[in-house]
Design a binder for this molecule. Structure first.
Ligand code: SAM
Length: 285
């Protein structure tokens, strides 16, 4: 039996730790001024998070990096095309991982440390966040030789030049996607568009690791559920007032994946149940 052709390799991306991120034209309407809110959050983001939540989100980022490294290594994970399927259907390990909403780079730094030699495309709409992420990685001396990172400044969802055409700001194929505390920014319709736009780059057998705050109803009744509701209420009030976050409440983060050509095969609780980390595999056509 002949193996299906391997996906075409994307050209190797330049490592640009010192260079400015490639700015891309905004293709969606930005609510006036509020997209710039992330610029103001950037210097205070880590400090405020630490004050309010301690190391809980940091521990979740560690969990994400471990899970992604395991997934990338491929050991013990189901093939997207079913039991006994030809493993050459798995994405080319030379392809980069896409990290949208990379923020100030704390999660990316952990990914780079866990996955030496892997390539990443880090995307964010905020130049200030990207600057911080770049200097974080440069300060650790981790790019290169540990990882190759391409920095992209763009706002999602973008509009492809023509229906079905790939958006020009991202590589045509990636090994997988890693989103931490990013998908919760979008109300359900926009979230669906973001996932559809990015998944078009994930070949069968590719993965999407999602880390986010847990829905309060998944926690047992009691103090933790009450705290989670209060936390989400405060965060959405704060972010909606100051940034272009379109969600009013935590969207159903499984919704865009469930029954849409993805299968969930990892679902882990984060510290104290405050966060949740899931991994989805893209099924074959
Ligand atoms: C809540 S922060 C999370 C950052 C990071 N992933 C972390 O773990 O700390 C959300 C990030 O997504 C970026 N962002 C928000 N909306 C975006 C959009 N529509 N397109 C691209 N980036 C966006 C923000 O600039 C911010 O850096």
């Amino acid at each position: 039996m002949t193996s299906p052709p391997r996906p075409e390799r994307t050209p190797r991306l330049e490592t640009t730790p010192q260079a400015e991120a490639t700015p891309r034209p905004e293709t969606t309407t930005t609510p006036a001024g509020r997209a710039r809110g992330w610029e103001f959050w950037a210097p205070a983001y880590s400090g405020l998070e630490h004050l309010a939540l301690g190391r809980r989100l940091e521990r979740t980022r560690e969990q994400v990096a471990r899970m992604t490294a395991e997934v990338a290594a491929g050991a013990g994970f189901p093939s997207a095309t079913g039991p006994g399927a030809d493993t050459s259907a798995a994405p080319d390990s030379e392809l980069p991982w896409l990290v949208p909403g990379v923020g100030n780079g704390r999660g990316l730094a952990r990914l780079v440390a866990e996955m030496p030699g892997a390539r990443f495309v880090a995307l964010d709409s905020s130049p200030a966040m990207l600057r911080r992420a770049r200097s974080r990685l440069a300060a650790r001396g981790s790019t290169p030789p540990l990882a190759e990172v391409e920095w992209v400044q763009a706002r999602l969802p973008g509009a492809p030049a023509a229906p079905g055409a790939p958006s020009p700001c991202l590589p045509p194929q990636v090994q997988g996607v890693v989103t931490s505390f990013f998908l919760d920014c979008f109300e359900p319709d926009t979230l669906g568009r973001v996932v559809r736009e990015l998944e078009a780059r994930v070949p069968p057998g590719g993965h999407w690791v999602v880390a986010d705050l847990a829905a309060p109803e998944t926690l047992p009744a009691g103090w933790r559920r009450v705290r989670q509701r209060a936390l989400l209420w405060l965060l959405y009030r704060g972010f909606r007032a100051t940034t272009d976050v379109s969600a009013r409440r935590l969207p159903d983060l499984d919704g865009p994946f469930r029954g849409q050509g993805w299968e969930r095969f990892r679902d882990e609780e984060g510290p104290e149940g405050m966060t949740r980390v899931t991994c989805w595999t893209r099924l074959g056509g």
